[in-house]
Design a protein around this ligand. Structure first.
Ligand code: NDP
Length: 420
């Protein structure tokens, strides 16, 4: 990835400026949002299984707490750096605002490939990271969640470490936990379910029934696999999916359930998957494959000025955070491709994280219907508001989503004022 040229935080600022320009917002009304409120960098010494000591670098960035406690995932990825975390934290501010839930934006990360660690090493790293960021997190301060490379088990260790330090159980310090230790029903599937709701809402607006529509999904992790399954259940043909090893393609539709079972939660790679009428393709080929709807659900910076002109889909629903660069966005717009932006499309995860947090801090339990109904209501309302703003300002759905969010955050800022 050419990091020397592409800075994700600059990309985030560019998108925000663009939206502010369209709505004629004065720079003073949102200048605060150009600067994260707090950036913490920590060194994490971990004793490895062979007795040696390795020091990892970790981060937690709180972009804004104007609308509520910081909220955002923790990513374990070998290439993560402070600019990635700042950009992802900023997007969280806008994501929570666009769906109207009372959270600010934050994000964390550790530069590590978790697949290279033993379970014991992963636990020691997670507990040390939690201890290092402990002064700035908490149910009323900043509430982490899973992201790429982290999962419910890692959230459980974070909850336990925080609780041991406080001296009592604090379930609401983190979301995305296992159900048995305060997780919410429906949280694991929430991001993919939200993407499915948004994709179906858009298809309905465009008067396209989902049955038989060809969909390609990049990334078969938590977000991609659930999106692919639910859209397949809705009658769509999932023609291509991928993981880090590459993709598989079938013009007559893949068996998503069989592929998910084969991958076994990331234990196997798609490069080893074989089935009738299935061919192997690269991730680049997946992006430009013959489909009507494309869901990038892997990492950021996938659709760039180099490949945007090759994309054949007419609709892109962004499952990943930041998969499309600003330059690519302009090309897609010129080509008449509709893009549902990340901050709207993948907001289902944080929405059900909110359900989990509400259950934790109130010590109540919601059943699955309650969670899924809440998710559907929030996603449909947000989609309607963004769609209407796109018509009002004659702009893309990305611009519109940022406009809706920017209005909410800047209004809160005006009402709260500047301390002291
Ligand atoms: P996972 O770690 O569960 O899955 C990531 C998937 O992407 C895996 O299939 C992985 O393959 C694949 N992948 C990794 N690197 C590449 C690459 N270079 N090219 C192609 N595929 C790649 O992550 P999630 O599903 O949780 O997250 C995916 C995206 O969605 C991220 O951008 C995340 O920020 C965003 N998101 C996640 C939310 C959540 O609730 N989890 C909420 C909102 C957004 P392999 O397994 O082989 O490594």
């Amino acid at each position: 990835m050419p990091k020397e040229r592409y800075n994700p935080y600059d990309n985030f600022l560019g998108v925000m400026d663009h939206a502010a320009n369209i709505m004629g917002m004065k720079p003073d009304d949102y200048v605060t949002l150009r600067y994260p409120e707090r950036e913490l960098k920590v060194s994490l010494p971990v004793r490895m299984d062979d007795g040696s000591i390795k020091v990892f670098e970790g981060y937690r960035v709180q972009h804004s707490t104007l609308l509520g406690p910081g909220k955002g995932g923790i990513r374990y990825h070998e290439h993560i750096d402070i600019d990635d975390v700042k950009a992802l934290a900023g997007m969280m501010t806008f994501k929570c605002a666009v769906v109207g839930i009372p959270y600010g934006g934050a994000k964390g990360g550790v530069a590590v490939d978790p697949k290279t660690l033993s379970c014991g090493e992963l636990e020691r790293l997670t507990r040390r990271y939690t201890a290092a960021i402990l002064p700035i997190i908490g149910p009323q301060k900043d509430v982490p969640a899973p992201d790429v490379g982290t999962n419910a088990q890692i959230m459980d260790w974070i909850m336990d470490t925080y609780s041991m330090n406080m001296g009592y159980p604090v379930h609401g310090v983190v979301t995305g936990k296992s159900i048995e230790v305060g997780g919410s029903l429906g949280r694991k599937e929430a991001t993919g379910r939200g993407i499915t709701i948004i994709a179906l809402q858009l298809l309905a607006k465009l008067d396209k029934p989902p049955k038989g529509i060809k969909i390609a999904v990049q990334g078969m992790g938590n977000v991609g696999s659930v999106s692919a399954q639910l859209l397949s259940d809705a009658g769509a043909l999932i023609t291509a999916v991928s993981d880090v090893s590459g993709g598989v393609y079938s013009p007559s539709g893949l068996d998503v359930a069989a592929i998910t079972a084969f991958l076994d939660g990331g234990k196997r790679r798609l490069s080893e998957y074989n089935a009738q009428n299935v061919t192997h393709i690269t991730n680049e080929e997946l992006l430009s494959s013959d489909c009507e709807l494309l869901i990038p659900a892997a990492l950021e910076h996938q659709i760039t000025e180099h490949n945007a002109k090759h994309i054949r889909a007419k609709i892109i629903v962004e499952g990943a955070n930041g998969p499309t660069t600003e330059e690519a966005d302009a090309i897609l717009k010129a080509r008449g491709i509709t893009v549902v932006p990340d901050i709207l499309a993948n907001a289902g995860g944080v929405t059900v994280s909110y359900c989990e947090w509400v259950q934790n801090i109130q010590s109540v339990l919601w059943d699955i219907d309650n969670v899924n109904d809440f998710l559907a209501k929030i996603m449909k309302k947000a989609f309607g508001e963004v769609y209407a703003a796109a018509a009002q300002y004659d702009c893309t759905l990305r611009n519109a989503a940022y406009i809706v969010a920017l209005k909410r955050v800047s209004t809160a800022h005006k009402l709260r004022g500047i301390f002291p």
